[in-house]
Structure formats: structure tokens, C-alpha cells
Design a binder for this molecule. Structure first.
Ligand SMILES: *Cc1c(COP(=O)(O)O)cnc(C)c1O
Length: 428
């Protein structure tokens, strides 16, 4: 890639860090400090964070309680790394997850701690479904994003990611996600017909995997009706249903799991990103007990169970999901986002609202406009990224804990940037 010449403060990165680096190109500052929904650069400028590490910081940066718990754990020489040995902090996390998340929702899952990335949880989920069913084919959907290791990448739709030289990405059949075909054409009809027609050409699937809101794919949402038809047909075909809740889970859509309001229960769920609460790497696969057919250490890994993450994850559950009022607070903020984006959209000819909960955005029609808005926002000290097949969606992914003032300030920056730029670009 051609780099413009500059006498830059970023030469350490530009000279020595791989070209694979990404986000730093859009938000070119050196960041040194973060608290709540704010981030500071080296020059002392404060930014509002509408990126939240792509949903890994749902509770904001450096939460006081999690920080104190972690410091205490380290000070008392608590276990830092323990493979998958039994530890006090793992026990406390499991107990809290069961008591505060699973039991109140009448959910029954075994917990598998995989390697700490989301992709590893997806790999484990796919491998397990294939082991259970003794089949290889997996049904995935347009615009789905599940990670970039080979198995997860096969399930991912994005061509840019998929074209990175790899072994052939096989073992999946891709079908249209809800709404993909536009209004009036049911993607679920096509799916059911193709799956159930003996000559539909789809090998019997081990699993169906999807996000209920597509985080990287452009904030497309699956309706309850679509999900229920997909799930019922999957089960009729003898396939397991995997929900990838790595981005949409941990409260992002307004409830702990994104599927809680959709009228179905997955057989397997993947969680990562905000699970640790503090931005520490941690992943979890939830498995309906009858499908927990792993042999000991069959899907292993050195860093299964990050002890520091167990500490902060447990505190996050107790603090935010133990009491009441958190879901209501998310709903209030989600409505503020909907209203602000609706108003912004009114002034942009092709703009459409996307997403739900605190996972909403605006499809502004073109990559050029979306990236110009993101850049203008960054100049105005708001960090906000784009998503979607053409990067045409401005994606509001603020911490769930953001103060209303700061949320409104950030949404104002988006609105002004969109207004100014839509005017400028249409005259260009
Ligand atoms: C981020 C993400 C992944 C991959 O997680 P990594 O930690 O980047 O490997 C998988 N699925 C979804 C829905 C994601 O948003």
C-alpha cells in the first residue's frame, strides 16, 4: 500500500508494525488514557467513544469496581494464569453466571471456556456441532461475521476477509439473511424450501449459525419470525442452532442475550467481546447439556480461562445484571439514539436506520459519505466507525453505561457532520 510521505509521530508503527494494522489508520492518534466513555490522546484531547472496542467495552473503560477487584486479586498474588485448572476465581465466575444470567432466564447450558478470542469460540462451536451430528456442512448467512480463523472465516461473508490467502474455505452453505432480498421477498421461504427439498442441493447441515443483529455486516436485524422459522427448519433437518452473540450479547441489544426477545433458544451460544467487562480477552461457549459430547481436552488451548478476566467478568455480572434497572437504562438510551438518528436521516436523501438496542446506525448510502462522516466526527473528537458490505453504515456503538449528556453530545456531532457533508458531497 502507498503511504503518503509524512514526518509523522507514528513512525514507530509505520516503520515496524505490520501492514495488517487497521483501526489505527482511521483514528490516527496515540491514545494514552480512557475512563467511562472518554478516551484521551497523547496531546491531551478528549474523545467520546462510540466504538467501544467494537463492543468489547459495553461497560465503558476502567470501571472502578472491576479495576479495584482486579488490583486486589493481583495484590494478593491470586492466580494469573492457570490453564483450565480449578481456581477460586473461575468458580466464582461460574456461580455468578449461573445465578445471575442462566437461572433467571430459565436457561440450562454447560460452560466451555475456549481460547480467549471470539474466533476460537466459534471454532469450538462449529467443531462441536459437527461432532454431535457427524455432518460437516454448516449453514451461514449473507453479511455474517464470525471471525477470521479458517473455520470461522468460512462462515464469514465478507469478501475482503475471505480473499486473504487461505486454504479453501469449505464446509458451509450460505443463504440470505433476513431482509437480504429486499422487501416482499422472504429469505426464510427460500431457506426452508432449499433445505427441505431433497434436490435443493444442500448437504444435511450440522448447524445453522447466525447473529441476531449483524455487527460487522451492517447492523441488519433478524426478526423474531425469521429466527423462529430458521430454527424450526434447522431442527427438522437435524441441525444444531448456534447463535453468535459475541457482539450482540452482553446487553448490547437491551437484554443480556440478543435472542431473549425472539422466541427461541439456541443449542449453542458463543460469547466474547464484553464478557470480561473490562476489555480483557475471554470467550465462552454455552452448550445445551445433551450436546456436551466433548472428550476431555479435545478442544484445548493454553489460555482457556483468563483468571484476571474471571475476576472482572464476575464483578460486571454482579454490578450490572444482579440488580434491576440496567435493561431499562439501556432502553432509554436506545430510544435517544433512535430519535437522533431518525432526525439525522430526515436530512439525508437515502439514509436508513439500522439495528436495534444500543447497536444502531445509519446507512447513508455510500462508503464515501460514511467514511467522510466518520472522519469529520473524529476531527470533532468523536470516535465512530463504519460497517456493512460497502462500509456505508455509520455505527453507534457507545458504552451501555454512557451518561445521557455525553450520548447526546456524540449524537449531535454525528448529526452535524452528516448534515454538513451531505451538502458538500452533493455539490462536489
Ligand atoms: C468480533 C466478532 C467475532 C470474532 O471475535 P475475535 O475476538 O475478533 O476473534 C466473531 N463473531 C462476531 C459476531 C463478532 O462480532
Amino acid at each position: 500500500m502507498n503511504k503518503p510521505f509524512k514526518t509523522s509521530r507514528f513512525f514507530t508503527f509505520e516503520d515496524h508494525e505490520s501492514n495488517a494494522r487497521g483501526y489505527c489508520r482511521s483514528f490516527e492518534k496515540v491514545f494514552v488514557k480512557a475512563k467511562g466513555s472518554s478516551v484521551w490522546d497523547e496531546e491531551g484531547n478528549r474523545y467520546i467513544d462510540f466504538l467501544s472496542c467494537c463492543g468489547a467495552l459495553n461497560y465503558g473503560h476502567n470501571d472502578e469496581h472491576m479495576k479495584a477487584g482486579l488490583i486486589d486479586h493481583i495484590s494478593r498474588d491470586g492466580i494469573a494464569s492457570g490453564l483450565d485448572l480449578y481456581t477460586d476465581v473461575k468458580r466464582d465466575f461460574i456461580d455468578a453466571f449461573y445465578r445471575l444470567v442462566l437461572a433467571p432466564r430459565n436457561l440450562d447450558y454447560k460452560l466451555q471456556f475456549t481460547g480467549p478470542t471470539g474466533a476460537n469460540a466459534v471454532e469450538a462451536a462449529l467443531k462441536l456441532a459437527r461432532k454431535v451430528t457427524k455432518r460437516t456442512n454448516v449453514i451461514t448467512f449473507t453479511n455474517g461475521f464470525h471471525g477470521v480463523t479458517s473455520g470461522a472465516l468460512a462462515a464469514t461473508g465478507n469478501r475482503y476477509n475471505r480473499m486473504a490467502p487461505s486454504i479453501p474455505l469449505t464446509g458451509v452453505t450460505r443463504l440470505p439473511y433476513d431482509g437480504y432480498m429486499g422487501d416482499g421477498i422472504s429469505a426464510a421461504d427460500l431457506y426452508v424450501k432449499m433445505l427441505e427439498d431433497p434436490s435443493g442441493g444442500i448437504d444435511p447441515p450440522a448447524a445453522v449459525i447466525f447473529e441476531t443483529v449483524q455487527g460487522e455486516g451492517g447492523l441488519n436485524i433478524a426478526s423474531a419470525g425469521w429466527c423462529q422459522r430458521i430454527v424450526a427448519a434447522a431442527h427438522r433437518a437435524g441441525a444444531l442452532v448456534i447463535v453468535d452473540d459475541i457482539q450482540a450479547g452482553c446487553g448490547r441489544t437491551g437484554t443480556f442475550f440478543s435472542f431473549e426477545t425472539l422466541g427461541f433458544t439456541p443449542d449453542i451460544v458463543t460469547l466474547s467481546k464484553s464478557l470480561s467487562g473490562f476489555g480483557l480477552p475471554m470467550s465462552l461457549v454455552l452448550i445445551a447439556p445433551e450436546y456436551d459430547v466433548w472428550s476431555p481436552a479435545e478442544h484445548n488451548g493454553t489460555f482457556r480461562g483468563n483468571s484476571h478476566a474471571f475476576v472482572t467478568a464476575r464483578i460486571a455480572l454482579e454490578k450490572y445484571w444482579g440488580g434491576s434497572g440496567f435493561e431499562e437504562a439501556i432502553a432509554v438510551k436506545a430510544e435517544i439514539v433512535t430519535n437522533a438518528l431518525t432526525e439525522t436521516a430526515r436530512n439525508l436523501p437515502q439514509a436508513r436506520l439500522k439495528g436495534r438496542g444500543l447497536m444502531q446506525g445509519l446507512d447513508v448510502g455510500t462508503r464515501a459519505l460514511a467514511s467522510a462522516i466518520s472522519k469529520r466526527c473524529f476531527d470533532q473528537r468523536l470516535i465512530i466507525e463504519t460497517a456493512g458490505p460497502y462500509d456505508e453504515v455509520i455505527k453507534v456503538l457507545c458504552p451501555l453505561t454512557i451518561e445521557v449528556d455525553q450520548l447526546e453530545e456524540g449524537l449531535g456531532i454525528v448529526r452535524n457532520a452528516a448534515l454538513e457533508l451531505s451538502g458538500e458531497l452533493s455539490f462536489a
